[in-house]
Write a protein that binds this ligand. Structure first.
Ligand code: EPU
Length: 341
């Protein structure tokens, strides 16, 4: 296995920031992963593991060893307790969207609404990826991860992952401790479409499709995403840059009183507000500070038009946060993780 020095991470982070790693290697097996960790230990290097690099803000060069997780393989097994179910396990380095399309080809349904989300299978549980009414916590049964403290591979049930909205134990208490190696999903042989979000059902009806197939759902989701989210290969970005904030019933009402168009959804004891709507209302869509900009078709997405740095993006983000706080009294939380911290 090769360890590269001063390795450019430009093509390993979806914002396309021009930063480098002191050392970098890519691992394709558990043995290589162990070898990489042993190298880091012998040289006293910090370790950062990257999947697709699609939920990251790299604000500077990374000291230590960056490990590109390229573990590959997909396994399909019948579920012994339920003939209508199938277990599909993806290695952490598999591309998420290709994995979803594979499950559909195998006739294993349930992940179709999560089509075209950038990143890898192993990164998906970190922030409990979700879209169009489905989160991976709804479909996952377990995952395996290498514990850097004990050196052993351990298994996590869905419950043990402590999933929340764009959140998990791997982002919180155990950040940096575990390296996810594979994720297992319990999928259905029969499709149970989730079409309540964003007018999916009406769009199918308009096309004369009463019972869409999983492939048709996946294709429609791809079309919707492509129409409002930038392709990171063309314009650097990390998907939604802010979480949709959850506020109390009273606070949502006070905003609604002066903003009747406010988009919000019930969430737990309160309401989740559409951060994109709040930002859009304040006129940020399409605004640019140098090469850092708010995407012109979706105000929740910040983009790098070429030479922006992580700091440029964070400066723009802070201006948006201040404006939203001053105007709506709502604090926006940044979704991707920042390195070095
Ligand atoms: N809106 C605006 N202006 C905008 C953007 C949105 O008015 O510039 C309004 C829309 O009209 C809509 C509402 O805000 O009524 C919600 O917008 P949308 O359906 O596009 O979803 P979102 O809340 O902006 C969330 C996820 C996305 C996910 C979509 C679809 C978060 C932070 N983002 O976005 O996830 O794809 O729902 O389920 O929860 C990601 O995490 O990277 C991501 C793209």
């Amino acid at each position: 296995m090769e360890f590269f020095e001063n390795y450019s991470l430009k093509s390993s982070n979806s914002f396309g920031f021009e930063v480098s790693a002191e050392f970098c290697c890519s691992v394709t097996s558990l043995n290589e992963l162990r070898e990489a960790l042993a190298f880091a230990e012998s040289q006293n290097l910090d370790v950062l593991v990257l999947g697709g690099g699609s939920n990251l803000i790299l604000v500077g060069d990374i000291a230590g060893l960056v490990i590109l997780n390229r573990l590959s393989g997909i396994e399909v097994e019948a579920d012994l307790s339920d003939a209508g179910k199938v277990r599909v396990t993806g290695a952490a380095g598999e591309n998420w969207h290709e994995f979803v399309r594979h499950t559909i080809q195998y006739g294993a349904y349930g992940l179709e609404n999560l089509s075209l989300i950038p990143g890898t299978v192993g990164a998906a549980p970190m922030q409990n990826i979700g879209a169009y009414g489905v989160e991976i916590k709804d479909r996952m049964v377990s995952l395996k991860a290498l514990d850097r403290v004990t050196g052993k591979v351990c298994e996590f049930s869905t419950e043990a992952c402590e999933f929340g909205y764009r959140d998990s134990v791997f982002k919180q208490r155990d950040a940096g401790r575990y390296i996810i190696t594979e994720v297992c999903f319990l999928l259905s042989r029969e499709i149970n479409p989730v079409l309540d979000y964003a007018g999916l059902r009406d769009r199918f009806k308009a096309q004369g499709i009463a019972e869409p197939t999983a492939l048709q759902i996946s294709d429609l989701i791809c079309e919707i995403r492509q129409s409002k989210l930038p392709d990171p290969l063309e314009i650097g970005n990390a998907g939604s840059f802010f979480k949709n904030p959850v506020v109390s019933i009273a606070k949502r009402q006070s905003i609604l009183d002066s903003n009747p168009g406010l988009v919000s959804f019930p969430e737990g004891e309160g309401y989740k507000l559409a951060a994109g709507w709040l930002i859009d209302q304040l006129g940020w869509k399409g605004r640019r500070q140098g090469d850092a900009a708010v995407y012109d078709k979706q105000a929740l997405v910040l983009v790098n038009h070429g030479a922006a740095t992580g700091e440029d993006i964070l400066r723009l983000a802070r201006a948006i946060q201040d404006d939203v706080l001053n105007h709506f009294n709502v604090a926006l939380e940044i979704e991707p993780r920042t390195f070095p911290e």
